[in-house]
Ligand binder design. Structure first.
Ligand code: CU
Length: 340
């Protein structure tokens, strides 16, 4: 970590020689990946911390109680058996590392990796004592390689497309101690990757109107390999982001974003996860439609020290959600970002 900081500082010193002015709003809201491209030989490093808290259980678009959850039919026993546990809460820290490099004005390469820290609190059914217990997992997630290709790049109107692949470097065999077992495979949400190669496509557009910018990004991802080693694959992802940003000063801009997210149903299931145990281990509880509102700030430093360093913050608030089956819902999340 210290070595990394020293490297960053020494790169900073070199950049003192450059004197091109940089605008805060030349990057989109921090939650959006691949929102910009670079000019030939430019490179960028980024770090993002995403914190997510999940508290409530949802069925469709209704909030339901843990008691209701534990009296709901599980996916294993033809609508007769119910769940033994219900998730109480979950928190997730995701550290995301990114690097971008443009070998030409037309092509920008982007590599992203992540490290996850997750904790889930689970409540047992009253017959089993009704006590709560925690499970934890941590580790690296899937790596993403993206090739962004410029279509148009004029001051008032920029757009590009991206094509990428998610590589299954994330572990899908995260285990922990539970009251039922000393070494149980944890539920889907506690795993760190998809276990499949997933291809994705994005298209990004940006228009400038004075101090306002209006951006749109469409994202589509689907697994291209067969079911993973444990017998399942996640559904397709579709995302649409619309945002408006306003530049208060050269170095500070604010943004308002609406994000629609769709996730398809899961195919197959992990045989080692007992569907009777918890909704989090039942493959029928996968897939959703969500709309989030994002409030963000971008800051860029043009001063002598930390020149070209960007800091950004975005708060994501759910405004509509419709879950398939019973799932835990995010109450809020925020993303802190640093880019150089
Ligand atoms: Cu970049």
């Amino acid at each position: 970590m210290i070595i990394l900081l020293i490297i960053i500082f020494s790169i900073n010193l070199k950049s003192l020689l450059a004197h091109e002015k940089i605008f805060a709003d030349s990057h989109g809201p921090i939650s959006i990946m691949g929102d910009h491209i670079h000019k030939k030989n430019e490179y960028m490093f980024s770090y993002r911390l995403m914190k997510m808290e999940m508290k409530n259980l949802f069925q469709g678009n209704n909030k339901i109680s843990k008691v209701h959850t534990m009296s709901s039919p599980n996916g294993a026993s033809n609508s007769s058996g119910t769940y033994m546990n219900a998730p109480d809460s979950m928190s997730m820290d995701m550290h995301m590392f990114g690097a971008m490099y443009a070998p030409s004005d037309y092509i920008t390469l982007m590599l992203m990796g992540s490290y996850h820290n997750k904790e889930m609190t689970i409540q047992r059914m009253p017959m089993a004592g009704g006590r709560k217990f925690d499970v934890n997992s941590s580790g690296f997630g899937d790596m993403r390689l993206t090739v962004l290709s410029r279509i148009q790049d004029i001051k008032k109107w920029k757009n590009h497309v991206g094509l990428g692949m998610s590589i299954p470097t994330g572990d899908i065999n995260k285990r922990d101690v539970t009251p039922m077992s000393s070494d149980a495979r944890l539920g889907y949400a506690m795993q760190n990757g998809t276990g499949t190669f997933d291809a994705f496509f994005l298209i990004n557009n940006l228009n400038e109107f004075g101090k306002f910018k209006v951006g749109e990004q469409l994202f589509f991802k689907l697994p291209v390999s067969n079911k993973n080693d444990y017998g399942y694959r996640y559904g397709k992802d579709f995302g649409l982001n619309l945002w408006v940003s306003y530049r208060f000063f050269q170095y500070l801009s604010g943004s308002l974003k609406i994000n629609y997210q769709y996730k398809g149903e899961m195919e197959g299931f992990d045989n080692e996860m007992n569907k009777r145990m918890s909704p989090a281990m039942d493959s029928k509880n996968q897939g959703f439609n969500k709309v989030n509102l994002g409030l963000g700030f971008n800051f860029v430093n043009n001063g002598i020290y930390f020149k070209n360093n960007r800091f950004a913050l975005e708060l994501l608030i759910p405004i509509y959600r419709d879950y398939k089956g019973i799932q835990m819902a995010d109450s809020f999340s925020f993303i802190l970002g640093w880019q150089y």
